[in-house]
Design a binder for this molecule. Structure first.
Ligand code: ADP
Ligand code: MG
Ligand code: MG
Length: 266
């Protein structure tokens, strides 16, 4: 699905990421961990192709295609979707119109908005005056319409209350499963936790992949993940098979010690 090879990235002339290698297979969800300011958002923004992020070295391959220099909208069309940390307000464009632009029919828009508790927001400007939880739900609603094959989530649970985290988690899982609203599955989005998913992991079938930045890992209760990476000093230094194990290690020992003692090279 995604192959990142020897990627070095600069923002406004400052090198932020050094020699990043990352491989995400179809159906895999990877977790990106690391202290503040280490370049996690930079990595996601570079994968999405935001102009500000300059690739100095290396390449990004998506579904076998070299997208290193492709513009952002091409990447979206190819199937990459992102939820950034601080989504912008788009005054004058209704959320309804936006969700339809993202690919949903008017009927799907109504039904998905209902599921996300966003019905009352459809005729407001995109993200205008939305609270933390509402912002994330609005972004996820747009992503549900877009149906990306690779879902990038930047701290989806930050600024979100417990109830909304469940909704955000279920929506993310729904996007990864690619359950089709038109089959009437909207009311039955997904399993509630990893254990329930194990027997019949829908991610394997959809082939959709994810890369999720999280500090506390709440979202992982709703989205089964298989790999964890720690971004430390601008480099991916850790790759582990169990994100929950790595999170536990970080909580107990801190990033530095965890990188040194627990992780093998990324
Ligand atoms: P994280 O998401 O891991 O908290 P970021 O990717 O947001 O980290 O930022 C990584 C580093 O890049 C930080 O030191 C940040 O200040 C710096 N940075 C981000 N954007 C810019 C910019 N436009 N100009 C200069 N430095 C930037
Ligand atoms: Mg941060
Ligand atoms: Mg960030």
């Amino acid at each position: 699905m995604l192959h990142i090879e020897h990627l070095t990235v600069a923002v406004d002339g400052k090198t932020i990421l050094q020699d990043i290698n990352l491989h995400i297979a179809p159906g895999e969800v990877h977790v990106l961990l690391g202290p503040n300011g280490t370049g996690k958002s930079t990595l996601i923004s570079t994968i999405m192709g935001f102009e500000r992020y300059k690739v100095l070295e290396g390449k990004i391959i998506f579904k076998g295609q070299d997208i290193t220099t492709a513009p952002c909208y091409e990447r979206a069309k190819l199937g990459i979707g992102v939820m950034i940390q601080r989504p912008p307000t788009i005054r004058g464009l209704s959320l309804r119109k936006m969700v339809e632009i993202c690919g949903a029919t008017p009927k799907e828009t109504e039904s998905m908005a209902k599921w996300m508790g966003m019905s009352d927001f459809l005729d407001r400007s995109v993200n205008e005056g939305f609270s933390g939880g509402e912002l994330k739900r609005s972004e996820l609603l747009q992503l549900m319409a877009q149906k990306p094959e690779l879902l990038l989530l930047d701290e989806p649970e930050s600024g979100v209350d417990i109830e909304n985290i469940a909704l955000v988690g279920r929506a993310a899982n729904y996007i990864l499963q690619h359950t089709d609203c038109r089959k009437g599955d909207c009311q039955k989005p997904c399993c509630g936790n990893n254990t329930e998913c194990e027997d019949n992991n829908p991610l394997k079938e959809s082939g959709h992949s994810g890369l999720i930045i999280t500090h506390l890992g709440h979202i992982l209760k709703y989205v089964p993940s298989s790999h964890a990476h720690i971004l430390y000093n601008g480099t991916l230094t850790c790759q582990s098979g169990d994100p929950l194990h790595v999170l536990q290690c970080i909580a107990q020992s801190g990033y530095e010690r965890c990188v040194r003692e627990t992780c093998r090279g990324g």
